[in-house]
Write a protein that binds this ligand. Structure first.
Ligand code: C2E
Ligand code: MG
Ligand code: MG
Ligand code: MG
Length: 285
């Protein structure tokens, strides 16, 4: 009987796998022409300074408007894009679009904001990546200090020497560097000291744990203090409640993003956020 149940389970699993594989293959096929067909757009999630609750900047997040499936979430296609190498062309588009739109936003409202762009390991591995960033900044006129690149811990462990020297080149351009989803990978703060990182983005799973367990306040406080001692700013991701926001302010976390503050939105909707929160005035740039 146990054997039979096992076989059924196996068949069920196999059928499920087939459906998943089919969906994945269909997505892969429609992902190839998506860029040329203009099916991508960027939404922006505000990042708020916890000291004064002003708008510090925003994270550019890709959205795919699939002609038949509607909106496909990044979790369903970024992995495919990385495996197929399509992420290189998509990432190039994201960088140019984010810098172009941010320059436009700054000019329209005369406010200074920092745009964060997610960069995949495949992009970072390209020999011409630093040149690409330099060219996009020159072409769009975005001040380098208004661009932040978000890297994952896994991108940093690949080829440490090469990556470190490339990040130093990016720093010389004047862009900011952040480690995304910090707390989910293997690296600790000591490991990150090899790289010229400015910002740690604490992963939402890490931030949200503290909803349930108040005793961890001391731990987060200690973490933020340690990051500050290493000259790193800390951004909390996934802030969904007023309690967590208060908790993070008490821990002297620098900035926060999350649904409680604002969801990702089209560029034009940032006007409302600027009006509600304020943002530093744009100097002459
Ligand atoms: P990420 O870079 O860690 O981005 C944060 C994700 O958390 C976003 O999901 C955002 O919508 C979501 N989020 C923000 N606040 C909250 C909250 O309070 N609660 C919850 N539950 N979620 C929140 P999104 O837009 O679906 O993107 C998912 C991931 O896809 C990103 O994670 C990033 O790894 C990747 N991604 C998105 N856009 C790009 C891109 O242009 N290039 C690359 N390489 N990856 C991207
Ligand atoms: Mg990110
Ligand atoms: Mg993140
Ligand atoms: Mg995350």
């Amino acid at each position: 009987r146990a054997k039979g149940a096992g076989r059924n389970r196996y068949r069920f699993f196999e059928a499920e796998m087939t459906v998943a594989t089919q969906v994945r293959m269909a997505l892969e096929v429609s992902l190839r022409p998506a860029l040329a067909r203009g099916e991508f757009e960027l939404h922006y999630q505000p990042r708020i300074d916890l000291a004064d609750m002003a708008l510090y900047g925003m994270e550019a997040l890709i959205r795919w408007n699939h002609p038949e499936r509607g909106r496909v979430p990044p979790q369903q296609f970024i992995g495919i894009a990385e495996e197929t190498g399509l992420i290189v062309a998509i990432g190039r588009w994201v960088l140019l679009e984010a810098c172009t739109q941010t320059r436009r936003l700054m000019d329209a409202y005369r406010r200074q904001v920092v745009v964060s762009v997610n960069v995949s390991a495949r992009q970072l591995a390209l020999p011409g990546f630093v040149d690409e960033v330099r060219e996009v900044l020159a072409r769009t006129g975005l001040p380098p200090g208004c661009l932040e690149l978000e890297l994952t811990e896994s991108a940093l462990i690949e080829d440490i020497e090469r990556t470190a020297s490339m990040l130093r080149e990016l720093k010389r351009l004047g862009v900011a560097l952040a480690v995304d989803d910090f707390g989910t990978g293997y690296s600790g703060l000591a490991y990150l000291r090899r790289f010229p990182i400015d910002v740690l983005k604490l992963d939402r799973s890490f931030v949200q744990q503290h909803d349930e367990d108040v005793s961890t306040l001391g731990f987060v406080k200690a973490f933020v203090d340690m990051a500050h001692a290493l000259d790193l700013a800390v951004v909390a991701e996934g802030v969904e409640t007023a309690e967590i926001l208060e908790f993070l302010r008490a821990a002297r976390c620098d900035q926060a993003q999350g649904y409680y503050l604002a969801r990702p939105m089209p560029l034009d909707d940032l006007r409302g956020v600027i009006e509600a929160h304020g943002a530093p005035r744009l100097q002459n740039s």
